[in-house]
Structure formats: C-alpha cells, structure tokens
Design a protein around this ligand. Structure first.
Ligand SMILES: *Cc1c(COP(=O)(O)O)cnc(C)c1O
Length: 227
C-alpha cells in the first residue's frame, strides 16, 4: 500500500485501540519513524496529514532538518551522543531518549544558549536487556530529579522499548510497567516535571501500548514498509 493509505489505516487502528481502552483517540499522537526514508517519502506522509516524524541518527536527521521546509515536528528517538546535541539545538520538538544526566546537562546547555526550553522524555530500559539503552527504574527517578534542576529542560514523561516479540501481548507487561513507573514519579510531585507523555508502541505492538496508556506511538514499518 502507499504511504497515505497506510497512515489512514494506522490512524483507524489507533482510534479503535483507544476506544477499546475507553480513551479519547486525540490523546494518542502518531510519530512516523522516518529513519532510512527519503525526503520525498517524508513529504508524501506530510501531505497525507502526518506532522510528527521520528529519527534515530543525528547524521541522518541534519540534512532532513535543512532540506524539509514543511512545518514538521521532529522527534529524536534514538540513542544520542552528547557531542551531537549542538547540531539539533532548538530544531526538534521532543527528545525521547534521555538516559543519563550528562546528556541532559548538554541538552540544557545548548538550549540555554538559545534561551529556549527543550522537552524531553526519560528512556527507561524496563526489561534490563543489555542491548537496550535506557536507565533502570531507580535510575529514571534519579534522572528525572536531576533534570528538574535544569532550567532549559522540561521532562514531559517516559519512553521505553520492550524486547521484540512476535506476539504483542508479550510486550504488554512492559508497557504496563512503564505506566506504573510514570504514576510513581508523578506522585513525587517533582517541581517542573510533568508525567504527561508515555512514548511506547511500534508497528507490531502499538495497540497493546495504547491500551496500556501510550500517548506517543512510534511507527515506521507499518507506514513506510520494510526497511
Ligand atoms: C525504528 C524504531 C521504531 C519504529 O519501529 P517499526 O517497527 O518500524 O515501527 C520505533 N522506535 C524506535 C526507538 C526505533 O528505533
């Protein structure tokens, strides 16, 4: 299927999953994961009404930032090296992958130069798999507290990537655990911290993620085809 039809199909599935969970489908935002995709594919999706795009690699994102003039919201969803932060300062809407205080400090420093505030999510490695980035749960609480002292960063919620399963039901407990953690952190009432967003769910498991409370689903393959 073509990109616009895929987007329409995904939007319908998002609405159904939200309704099944008794949620307003407007509380779930679709982030089209455009890594490895061309600028024309991204514009194709944009013209089909898609405005949020996620990229993993800064060296791939920079030319897209430079060459796409449509009002796109860019999301950084991949592991981020501190020395790359300066290239994206002020140019992205949300960084989903903050997993250490040194990275948060560098984001704060670069956004401070622009007198702007960067919205971020703390990435949590719920499964503890060594191949996945993210902090553990205690580390996430400490990191959120650390970020709350940085004036040019605003923590908006949490992100996770569960292990890969063929059966999306197997991913569900990891989504539920991220939601529980976000409720635990919200109850701490850390100043300046909002637990408004849960970034979880990809092409194979986004419906389960929405049923467990996802507000941002990151979908690549189901929109653009196999990479
Ligand atoms: C690639 C990627 C996605 C999208 O995965 P699909 O299975 O293609 O939907 C989502 N989140 C992250 C962090 C990714 O790296």
């Amino acid at each position: 299927m073509a990109i616009p039809e895929n987007i329409e199909d995904i939007r319908k599935r998002i609405t159904l999953a939200a309704e099944k969970a008794g949620r307003d489908s407007a509380s779930v935002r679709l982030v089209a994961v455009s890594k490895t995709r061309s600028i024309s594919e991204i514009i194709d999706a944009f013209n089909a009404g898609q405005s949020d795009f996620g990229e993993n690699y800064i060296q791939e994102l920079i030319p897209k930032l430079d060459d796409i003039h449509e009002p796109v919201n860019w999301h950084v969803i991949g592991s981020l090296q501190s020395n790359k932060v300066k290239y994206i300062a002020g140019r992205v809407s949300l960084i989903h992958s903050v997993d250490r205080i040194s990275l948060a400090e560098e984001i704060n420093r670069q956004w401070q130069k622009l007198d702007k505030v960067c919205d971020v999510l703390v990435q949590v490695n719920i499964s503890g798999e060594s191949t996945k980035s993210g902090t553990n749960e205690d580390g996430a609480i400490q990191l959120v507290k650390g970020c709350s002292n940085l004036k040019n960063i605003r923590v908006r919620g949490l992100m996770t990537m569960p292990p890969f399963f063929d059966d999306p039901e197997k991913a569900r407990p990891y989504f539920a655990e991220l939601r529980r953690l976000s409720e635990t952190i919200a109850a701490l009432e850390i100043s300046g911290v909002e637990m408004a967003e849960l970034s979880m769910g990809m092409s194979g498991d986004f419906e389960a993620a929405i049923e467990e409370g996802a507000t941002l689903v990151r979908i690549g393959t189901a929109i653009f085809g196999e990479r």
